[in-house]
Design a protein around this ligand. Structure first.
Ligand code: ADP
Ligand code: GLC
Length: 482
């Protein structure tokens, strides 16, 4: 039995700000549990919902040496869906109303978390074969392990895998301060180590010091090795390309299942999708204060409101689109104020055409996936993207830009062969996006049969974790042989 520990800054159901939490909270369930004991370790944030905090049982406590300081760490545990979760408690670091705050605080917070994770292993009696680290917040785990912990016996055999979910966020901060906080040796802070453009860079640490690096789609793995997509780390990634692997994300087929989803009023499979979706669409229109009309082309969006998601393109064409007859848009999201305001402006101007909810809601999100005709996701960049996968699972046609995981998971409609599961365009260009959007709308309005077949093809794809889990298992085996 191989022991694997996921180290992450978020995981559903405990704490989520984005798709990272969906991945770390669902992937562990789908390993072959006869061969892999997969557990997860997270920070215990003050902002975690009370119902989860109450489930936590204390395990142990100790002090973490962080540079010249000693900081308290408590370890707690809870089970979710049969998976063992551990939590690192420190009320100073993990206070606040959100998991992440100012970067100067976050670099210290996650240096502490990384070291506490390593110290915890002996204390909880779970010495894993592999620590599977996720995103920059855990980038120092491979660094501490290589430079400090491997001197000690039980740690010598541990291997690390570092997964990049978004290379845009790297955890960059001033060298002297990170030196002071971490107490790591001088040679770590060089160009061969975690130094990058005169700063220390946690993500680079994860790349350089881990045994293997993964990212969440094959296209994104290629893109981050280019100057355009590498966010300054393309050179490092090309150098370490020999240990970089793209493994596409799946979605939790239990949580996202239109046949059983408790958040949606009318359940369905590919067999009765058309009739049932119609009813869900009515419910969505009702809940969104939009006129109830089965024939109106309804576009849904559920997203962090970040420039990453292509809202600048949407801003360019919204006015023109909403001036058309027979269109509706339902938006759910929160994030950058300029995008929130843009949508609120249109919602005020066209109350019969667009409904906007600023906020986070599982319930509303699921109803949009189930009730919309199409799902718009024209991202500037997208490491994988889960929303387009959920949309297809719920019989909603994705309209996406061909980047990263969107390119790998949405097959564009071919009007000659009637193949494809969605619609896509290549360049980050509002005109291109609008053309594709109109061609999707045209298919919806004039060729219902072809439109319906496209939805069903999308529903029949397999976006579960099963294929990717096999790739991870293979990688685990190979890494253990290093
Ligand atoms: P990212 O991680 O970049 O935000 P993903 O597509 O990988 O993008 O994952 C986003 C996840 O978060 C999806 O499960 C999506 O449904 C969900 N989500 C995003 N915004 C909201 C929101 N406002 N309310 C509910 N769920 C949301
Ligand atoms: C990041 C990416 C998203 C990906 C998610 C989970 O948040 O932006 O594309 O799906 O991580 O890997």
């Amino acid at each position: 039995m191989k022991k694997i520990l996921f180290a992450s800054s978020e995981a559903v159901p405990f704490i989520k700000t984005g798709g990272l939490a969906d991945v770390t909270g669902s992937l562990p369930k789908y390993f072959n549990h006869k061969k892999y004991d997969v557990r997860v370790i997270l920070p215990k944030y003050a902002c975690m919902e009370e119902q989860f905090k109450q489930q936590l049982e204390p395990v142990t406590e100790f002090y973490v040496e962080l540079g010249w300081r000693k900081q308290y760490a408590g370890i707690l545990k809870a089970k979710a869906d049969g998976i063992q979760y551990y939590f690192v408690d420190n009320e100073f670091y993990f206070a606040g109303s959100r998991p992440y705050g100012e970067i100067y605080q976050d670099v210290e917070k996650f240096a502490f978390f990384s070291k506490a994770v390593l110290d915890a292993l002996e204390n909880i009696g779970f010495l894993p074969d592999i620590i599977h680290c996720h995103d920059w917040q855990t980038g120092l785990i491979p660094v501490f392990l290589e430079k400090v912990y491997k001197k000690r016996d039980p740690y010598k055999q541990i291997r690390t895998i570092f997964s990049i979910h978004n290379i845009r966020f790297q955890g960059r901060w001033k060298l002297p301060e990170v030196k002071d906080v971490t107490g790591l040796p001088e040679d770590v802070f060089t160009a061969e180590g975690i130094e990058s453009y005169g700063e220390s860079n946690y993500l680079k640490g994860g790349i350089v010091y881990s045994d293997a690096v993964t990212t969440v789609s094959k296209s994104y793995a290629m893109e981050i090795m280019t100057q355009q997509g590498g966010e300054g780390l393309d050179g490092v990634l090309r150098r370490y390309g020999f240990k970089l692997f793209g493994i596409v994300n799946g979605i939790d087929y239990e949580a996202f299942n239109p046949q059983t989803d408790a958040y949606i009023p009318f359940h369905y499979t590919a067999k009765n999708v058309l009739a049932q979706k119609k009813k869900n669409k009515q419910k969505l229109q009702e809940a969104s204060n939009l006129p109830k009309s089965g024939d109106t082309f309804l576009i849904g969006m559920v997203s962090r409101m970040s420039f990453q998601k292509g809202f600048d393109l949407i801003a360019c064409m919204m006015e023109e689109f909403l001036a058309k007859e027979q269109v509706q848009v339902v938006v759910l999201g929160t994030g950058e104020e300029r995008y929130e305001q843009m949508f609120c402006y249109f919602a005020e101007k066209y109350p019969d055409k667009i409904s906007v909810k600023i906020g986070y809601s599982e319930q509303d999100a699921h109803l949009i996936y189930a009730g919309a005709d199409a799902f718009l996701m024209p991202s500037l960049f997208e490491p994988c993207g889960l929303s387009q996968l959920i949309a297809m699972r719920y019989g909603t046609a994705p309209i996406v830009r061909e980047t990263g995981g969107l390119k790998d998971t949405v097959e564009p409609y071919n009007k000659f062969t009637q193949e494809g599961t969605g619609f896509s365009f290549a360049n980050f260009d509002a005109k291109e996006m609008t053309e594709i959007l109109y061609s999707a709308m045209d298919l919806y309005n004039t060729q219902k049969r072809n439109w319906n077949d496209l939805l069903i093809r999308g529903m029949n794809q397999d976006f579960s974790w099963s294929g990717s889990v096999e790739e991870y298992e293979k990688l685990y085996e190979n890494v253990c042989r290093i």
